[in-house]
Ligand binder design. Structure first.
Ligand code: PBG
Length: 324
């Protein structure tokens, strides 16, 4: 077996998995205000941007050849029904307009969820102590439409309500947005690895947790059922989240559906690598590129990762080839 490993050229000839910037999606947090650029303390290297700063950042993202940007909004104020999410003058809607004007060729995907916009931090409308499924999906559809009207290239519902993909698809079609794809967070686990994101998005639930709607980490067959239901409802791309602790789920969903698949390398996964690197315990570029390659090898087409921009730089430095 060692003969084909003797030089980088030979290894490159038989390499089964490729990783390039075009496979990566950069998440970005957009906040209200002017001239804001603030570090997220639990995610070194990640900043929250107001709109003009985001547009400047997008120039670098586009230049790095990254496949898409995924937008999360943090509104100036929150309320019970998360009305900032479906406000035509909301922070994400305005950011999408500004981004599409400045960078028409950069693909902009929007996160569709209420948790960043609700005062209680849950992903939907709370009634009698529980997130009301059917009321929530109407609000999510309104959110998706307002993102599409602003010019979003794709919408990504991350709420885990039942039936939301079908409702969003139907209403997008009715409102003249039949061409806008849905990237469905199909298998989103109730994970402890979202902690740093919740600091960045100020979306920690005030009461209780998300186990009433997100998947139980012990289940994999259920993830496949979620994926199949989303496809039946009209999803164009599926998502599994988090990444490394769920690579078996990534493989199963890919094999059993054959559908385009995104995998979300989440905030906690990012922060662990950053912390180890900051302590000098791992070689950061090598560990990150190995991680991203593993996610692709398991079956991901696209990877959402806070490392997108940095990884694109490392890949370019290696001229697109990986030496592990
Ligand atoms: C919810 C949402 C979450 C993430 C993306 N969308 C957090 C949650 O469910 O609490 C987490 C992403 C990450 O940890 O990087 N809209």
């Amino acid at each position: 077996m060692r003969r084909m490993r003797r030089s980088e050229a030979l290894r490159a000839l038989v390499r089964e998995t490729d990783l390039s910037a075009s496979h990566l999606i950069q998440p970005a947090f957009v906040v209200a205000g002017e001239g804001v650029r603030e570090e997220v303390s639990s995610m070194p290297g990640v900043e929250r941007f107001s709109i003009s700063e985001l547009v400047a950042e997008a120039t670098e993202i586009a230049t790095a050849g990254i496949g898409a940007i995924l937008l999360f909004g943090i509104p100036a104020s929150k309320d019970e029904s998360g009305s900032g999410a479906y406000d035509d003058e909301g922070v994400v809607q305005m950011a999408v307009r500004a981004l599409k004007e400045a960078h028409p060729d950069l693909t902009v995907i929007t996160d569709v969820c209420l948790c960043e916009y609700t005062s209680h931090g849950h992903c939907g409308f709370v009634r009698d102590g529980e997130v009301d499924n059917d009321l929530t999906i109407e609000l999510l559809a309104k959110t998706a439409i307002s993102h599409a009207e602003a010019g979003a290239d794709a919408v990504a519902p991350s709420d885990m309500m039942d039936g939301r993909v079908g409702t969003i698809r139907h209403q997008l079609d009715e409102e003249g947005h039949a061409g806008v794809p849905i990237v469905a967070y199909s298998a989103k686990y109730a994970s402890a690895f979202y902690g740093p994101f919740r600091e960045a998005a100020e979306s920690t639930p005030e009461l209780g947790d998300r186990r009433g709607y997100q998947l139980d980490p012990a289940n994999a067959a259920e993830a496949v059922r979620e994926a199949q239901l989303d496809l039946e409802e009209g999803a164009d791309m599926l998502m599994v989240k988090p990444a490394l602790p769920y690579l078996d789920v990534v493989r199963r969903v890919k094999q059993e559906t054959g559908a385009p698949l995104a995998v979300y390398h989440v905030s906690g996964e990012y922060s662990m690598l950053k912390a180890a690197a900051a302590n000098g315990w791992i070689d950061e570029p090598a560990a990150v590129l190995e991680t991203l390659t593993a996610i692709r090898r398991a079956g991901a087409d696209a990877i959402v990762t806070y490392y997108a921009k940095e990884a694109a730089g490392w890949l370019q430095a290696e001229s697109g080839s990986i030496t592990v």
